[in-house]
Write a protein that binds this ligand. Structure first.
Ligand SMILES: [Zn+2]
Length: 330
């Protein structure tokens, strides 16, 4: 089966030229991109969202004008082999992912994908034959609407010289650049080849973000019920531990009568005061709370959040913790 405007062999040759070798993932990616592209109405100005860093971004670049460099392709590593192409103004488009059930019919694709045999035992010719035979029959496509935050050109905001390294960086990253915060995966070498000390070590301790906090509760079940209602997910981790997840953060839970070691000197239920920024407009949040029978304590009122003005409502969780739900004010 053809891959976009190319025959299978042509695309394989282009993939080799572009990528160094004709990676099977790139071929598969070619089918995925071509499928989404075909589904979009002709003439749509589209952008791409890729959910893995492996191979698939190259397939997007081979078949479309989208690249990471022109920012028409966003790579957000969710670890899934999936790509969406969407109208750059409305965010509406198509997401293509692998159909694991359909892949069952293609033994070599399956074992390559699941890495269930060593690379040298892989029958590459057979793999390519199966990829060509399978075409887009092993793909599934769904309509999607991409988040507003990804639409249009990302405005980087103000840029300034980093006070530590002196290089230009986006001010939104913090008071020094991400490299100087210790995120650079390299060390600069002095002329005699010795690694220069990371700036971070010379500076004082710099805190970049909150990773998680621990909430002490009387009843896990009641807590989970409440926080699920306000949009959090329950996750399990470690040995039988439970946490509430949302966005990129989580709150670990521990029960008051069986606190973890170590834990806070006074691990008490009901003494926390938490504020969450929510995307859902507050009037909708309030309607949902009313429906769930959760009483409003106060609000909406204007407050000062960590990064600017917010509008908040207040409620209590089952332990009496104060919970503030806020919308940012643009
Ligand atoms: Zn810097």
């Amino acid at each position: 089966m053809n891959i976009g405007p190319y025959s299978f062999e042509e695309f394989k040759a282009r993939a080799k030229e572009f990528h160094g070798y004709p990676a099977p993932g790139l071929i598969l990616g070619g089918y995925m991109v071509a499928m989404a592209q075909k589904a979009l109405p002709e003439g749509t100005l589209f952008e791409a969202l890729v959910e893995t860093k492996k191979c698939l971004p190259d397939a997007v670049q081979l078949l479309t004008l989208c690249s990471a460099g022109n920012n028409w392709m966003k790579v957000i590593n969710l670890g899934r082999y999936a790509v969406s192409l969407y109208d750059k103004y409305s965010g509406v488009g198509y997401r293509v992912h692998l159909d694991m059930e359909a892949i069952e019919k293609f033994s070599e694709i399956r074992s390559w994908l699941l890495k269930d045999k060593p690379k040298r035992e892989q029958d590459t010719d057979k793999l390519f034959r199966q990829l060509e035979e399978a075409g887009d029959s092993i793909l599934r496509m769904n309509p999607v609407k991409v988040d507003e935050s990804l639409l249009g050109h990302s405005h980087m905001g103000p840029v300034a010289a980093c006070p530590e390294c002196g290089e230009a960086y986006p001010v939104a990253d913090g008071d020094i650049c991400l490299g100087c915060l210790g995120n650079a995966p390299f060390a600069l070498l002095s002329p005699d080849g010795r690694p220069s000390e990371p700036v971070e070590k010379k500076a004082s301790i710099r805190v970049s973000r909150l990773d998680h906090l621990v909430l002490t509760v009387r009843s896990l079940d009641k807590t989970l019920d409440f926080y699920r209602t306000i949009g959090m997910r329950e996750i399990r981790f470690g040995e039988g531990r439970t946490a509430l997840a949302f966005g990129k953060q989580k709150i670990n839970l521990q029960e008051e009568d069986s606190p973890r070691t170590p834990s806070a000197a006074e691990a008490r239920a009901g003494s926390a005061d938490l504020c969450f920024v929510v995307k859902t407009p507050l009037p909708d949040v309030m309607a949902l709370l009313k429906e769930a029978g959760i009483a409003l304590l106060l609000g909406p009122v204007e407050r000062t959040g960590a990064t600017g003005k917010i509008v908040s409502i207040y409620l209590r969780d089952p332990d009496g913790n104060l919970v503030e739900l806020s919308n940012t004010v643009p």
